[in-house]
Each structure stands twice: as structure tokens, then as C-alpha cells.
Ligand binder design. Structure first.
Ligand code: NAG
Length: 184
């Protein structure tokens, strides 16, 4: 290659990497995200380690989100952190906050006193959803930070891959489904 050709090649590589970089960035910002999820709150739907969730951004800000959907959102108490939860209440729904927090089966008498007030109903305000982890006994969710503003919703989780065994994990794609069954 002449110097001229090398320069041209370098320039093309640079512009193409910039274009691909921008495209990846745009895709990440507006359409799709593949990120690691951690924690036991969504067991057994999402594993506590090495699980990567596929999230669609067209559901950002809660647009088109339905009862029973799995979402990724900014944590209301800490916007630097994200949460993966299930939508278990829609705007206007009446919710019994946490009846289990006053159950002597799972709480000590002191805890029951401490949880006083959780065993009550609230109406979910407009622009908010109720969200809980599928693993109720190991989840910090709307039962503690109350209804989640839809503005914090980043996307809807539609699938996941468990990547503990490296690249092979890409083959075992699991669909994450809506679990809500409307009897009517
Ligand atoms: C909830 O999390 C705990 C702690 O990781 C675990 O032992 C339990 O099996 C989980 N529950 C479900 C339903 O997966």
C-alpha cells in the first residue's frame, strides 16, 4: 500500500468505526439493551448471577407497559441503580400493600409492630405502576418505596440469557413472558 492508500484506509476505518459506534449508541439509547442483572429478587424468572436481560426501549417511560410485564427501571431511591421487577399494579388500581408483613408466620412480633401500616390499601396514582419482585420474600420494591413513577421505566424485559458458561449461554435464550392472566 502506498502512503496515500494507507491514509485512505485509515480514514475509512475511522469513519466506519464512528458510524458503527454511533449506530450502537443509538440502538442502545433508543431501541434495545442487553445488560447484566443481579440479585435474588426476581428468582426464579431471572437468576441472581450471570443473567443478562434483553430490554426493549420502546416501552421507555412506561409506554405500552401492561400488568404482568417485566421491566427494568431506575431505582426510585437511587437513580444510579437499576431494578428489574414485575408490574403488579396499574394506575388507578387499589393495592393491598403487604399483608405478609403482619403475618405471624413470617414475622416476629417486633417486626409486625415495625411494619405497622404496610397492611393497608393504597390507590396507585396516575403515571405510576406498582412493581414487585417475583421472589417476594427477597425483594425490595413498591412495598417499601411505593408506586414507581413510569418516567423511571427504561424498558421491558422480553428475554434473558444465562452466561455462566460463557459463549454457549447465548444459545439458551429464554423468553420472559407476561405472567398476568386476566380471567375476564
Ligand atoms: C428467593 O431468594 C432466596 C435467597 O436467594 C432463595 O433461597 C429462594 O429460593 C428464592 N425464592 C424463589 C421462589 O426462587
Amino acid at each position: 500500500m502506498t502512503i496515500r492508500e494507507k491514509l485512505r484506509f485509515g480514514w475509512l476505518t475511522l469513519t466506519w468505526s464512528l458510524r458503527v459506534g454511533c449506530a450502537v449508541h443509538l440502538v442502545h439509547d433508543y431501541t434495545y439493551e442487553f445488560t447484566e442483572t443481579r440479585g435474588e429478587s426476581m428468582l426464579p424468572t431471572l437468576q441472581n448471577y450471570f443473567d443478562y436481560a434483553h430490554a426493549l426501549k420502546k416501552y421507555k417511560l412506561g409506554r405500552g407497559i401492561e400488568m404482568g410485564d417485566c421491566i427494568v427501571a431506575m431505582k426510585p431511591t437511587d437513580p444510579d441503580h437499576r431494578v428489574c421487577k414485575r408490574v403488579t399494579g396499574m394506575p388507578g388500581d387499589l393495592i393491598l400493600i403487604d399483608p405478609s408483613s403482619s403475618s405471624p408466620l413470617t414475622n416476629t412480633p417486633a417486626e409486625i409492630v415495625q411494619h405497622d401500616g404496610f397492611n393497608k390499601y393504597i390507590r396507585i396514582p396516575e403515571g405510576h405502576v406498582w412493581c414487585t419482585g417475583d421472589n417476594l420474600s427477597h425483594s425490595l420494591d413498591s412495598r417499601s418505596y411505593s408506586a414507581l413513577p413510569m418516567g423511571l421505566i427504561i424498558g421491558k424485559i422480553v428475554g434473558a440469557n444465562h452466561l455462566d458458561k460463557g459463549i454457549r449461554g447465548y444459545l439458551d435464550f429464554r423468553r420472559i413472558k407476561n405472567t398476568f392472566i386476566d380471567e375476564e
